[in-house]
Design a protein around this ligand. Sequence first.
Ligand SMILES: [Zn+2]
Length: 78
Amino acid sequence: MSKPIECEKLCNENQKYKYEIVEMREKILQLEEQIKTNEKIIWKNCEHVWEYDTTTGQYERNRYYCKKCKLWRNFSMY
Ligand SMILES: [Zn+2]
């Protein structure tokens, strides 16, 4: 015996979750955009104190980060 009511309920539930996922993705994109905007401002205004990062791999190109603002010393990124 099938349970059509149960299926409909679950289907509705999934539909609701999908909307939630879409909303959260939009929120993530929004926040990432905001982070980029903030980083550009930080990059221009911070009096950077460069620190050599020993935890990154030997072949990483950007091994310096700022102790104050935590940005990597990579001009093209900002
Ligand atoms: Zn800095």
